[in-house]
Design a protein around this ligand. Structure first.
Ligand SMILES: Cc1cc2nc3c(=O)[nH]c(=O)nc-3n(C[C@H](O)[C@H](O)[C@H](O)COP(=O)(O)OP(=O)(O)OC[C@H]3O[C@@H](n4cnc5c(N)ncnc54)[C@H](O)[C@@H]3O)c2cc1C
Length: 447
């Protein structure tokens, strides 16, 4: 009897632990299986460790311009081993508190690999757990790319780079998505020579064109060398030949492209490409088995996983159809300045009628006070409603949610303008971007 549960969840990352907490809050008995560390990729190999290192590198970068702020510091240096230990301490602390948090809701955590025997049975550590419903939340892992196979020494993936004890002087990064861009910013802030290659014609290929162009400029300003529309052709004795003929001799390559789903052993699932196929309510080809988070490939982000977790549990408990709009999920690239977007890009709106307003943060007093004038807030609207927003600016990771709320709640721009935005703040750029849709900016000269 003790091994009978309303819900069995495989995987203790953001998708799995959020589903476990939500289900327990709604009165379900829950067992959560995690084969490694609770918190998954996000806490142990992704969001938190990278942002912890990034914060240290930004801090160091800011120290280098201390004089500009009237602050005198004689010696500016860093000890990467200490940066690494801080990252490990923070991860460990968060792991401990997450375990306690999940247990506080009465969720049983089983720290062993799990396998699905049949649609109601999970096997783990030699025991069988009977579950009315099952949620797969087993996430994803770095993929081996042909010609760029990682060896943990010269060619590293995003897991391996996190544990480097000594940084290379010259690094080649393959891919300018979130992971590649954030690591380019880390290495560069820590005084290393960075070259980046991107197969697409623009940096951050999923971003709006103005964001890609601004990153182009920011990379040049930071002396990050990059090649777009280029791939690695050949690697021989640590000499890299790119498809544009460029020859490089990096000390290390970070392969920041390609992740694949982790699918548990046992019964097989219908696939959508490599990922587990799901319907609108995130059910797999078995109606009581759901697949949420990275392994369904819908949007490989932690907050997307959490949203899916909450919605799927509400579907199981209350039969409430899942609401998941990929376009309303914000994307953020961390570093200095932050980059964030939500909704449609200009490319997606091509051949339709839409308004554009771009407000430069250099028109804000706050940006001058902080010496952060290189950025903008761009908004796209249709029928007096915001359909996309693209930000390059300090605090973009927080500002973007003002636009998420507008898009998700279908707000009219005249209603948005009823809100008072604090001065001085970067939120004034959000306000001004909306004003700009009707050419009514208060902080820009008359055109
Ligand atoms: C370098 C990097 C940086 C990132 N930065 C961000 C960011 O800033 N913001 C953001 O939103 N996203 C970021 N992501 C993405 C984010 O980490 C993932 O989208 C998120 O972790 C997905 O959550 P998940 O629960 O689906 O899977 P995961 O977090 O991967 O968790 C899955 C868990 O399942 C466990 N598991 C797998 N198989 C089994 C089994 N058979 N039995 C038991 N346990 C099993 C695994 O051990 C793992 O702990 C980043 C990713 C990387 C790699």
């Amino acid at each position: 009897m003790e091994n009978n549960f309303d819900l069995g969840i495989i995987g203790g990352g953001p998708a799995g632990y959020s589903a476990a907490i939500r289900a327990a809050q709604k009165g379900l008995s829950v067992v959560l299986f995690e084969k490694e560390e609770i918190g998954g990729t996000c806490l142990n190999k992704g969001c938190i460790p990278t942002k912890t290192i990034l914060h240290c590198s930004d801090f160091y970068k800011n120290l280098k311009k201390a004089e500009k702020f009237g602050i005198e510091i004689q010696e500016k240096s860093y000890d990467y081993k200490k940066i690494l230990s801080r990252k490990n301490e923070i991860t460990q602390k968060l792991q401990n508190s997450l375990t306690k948090l999940v247990q506080s809701y009465g969720v049983q955590i089983v720290n062993v690999q799990a396998k699905i025997i049949d649609t109601n049975s999970i096997e783990s550590g030699g025991k069988i757990y009977q579950c009315k419903n099952i949620i797969l939340a087993t996430g994803s892992k770095p993929m081996q790319i042909k010609g760029l196979e990682t060896d943990g020494k010269f060619i590293l993936n995003s897991d391996e780079v996190l544990n480097l004890e000594k940084l290379p002087e010259n690094v080649l990064i393959v891919g300018s998505g979130a992971i590649g861009t954030e690591w380019a910013r880390i290495f560069s802030a820590l005084d290393k020579n960075v070259t980046l290659t991107e197969l697409a014609e623009t940096l951050l290929p999923n971003a709006d064109i103005d964001v890609s162009k601004r990153l182009d400029r920011l990379f040049k300003k930071s002396k990050i060398k990059f090649f777009t529309g280029t791939k690695v052709d050949k690697i021989s004795n640590k000499t890299v030949t790119l498809s544009n003929g460029e020859i490089l001799n990096p000390d290390m390559i970070l392969c920041a492209v390609g992740r694949e789903p982790v699918i548990p052993d046992g019964i097989s699932f219908e696939k959508d490409g490599k990922f587990v196929k799901i319907n609108d309510n995130f059910q797999t080809n078995y109606s009581n088995i759901f697949a949420i988070g990275d392994l369904n490939g819908k949007m490989m982000l932690a907050h997307s996983a959490v949203h899916q977790a909450i919605s799927v549990v509400d579907f199981i408990v209350e039969d409430k159809p899942v609401h998941f709009d990929k376009l309303a999920v914000p994307s953020v690239i961390y570093g200095n300045p932050e980059i964030a977007w939500v909704g449609k890009t200009e490319k997606m709106l091509a051949n339709t009628e839409y308004e554009v307003s771009i407000f430069p943060v250099s028109a804000l007093g706050k940006a001058f006070a902080d010496d952060e004038i290189d950025g903008f807030v761009k908004v796209l609207s249709q029928n007096d409603k915001v359909v996309g927003a693209h930000i390059v600016c300090p605090e973009a990771s927080s500002l973007i949610h003002q636009f998420s709320l507008m898009i998700d709640n279908n707000l009219k721009t005249e209603d948005i303008l009823k809100t008072v935005f604090a001065h001085p703040s970067y939120s004034e750029a959000v306000f001004e971007s909306i004003l700009g849709l009707d050419s009514l900016n208060l902080s820009l000269p008359c055109k």
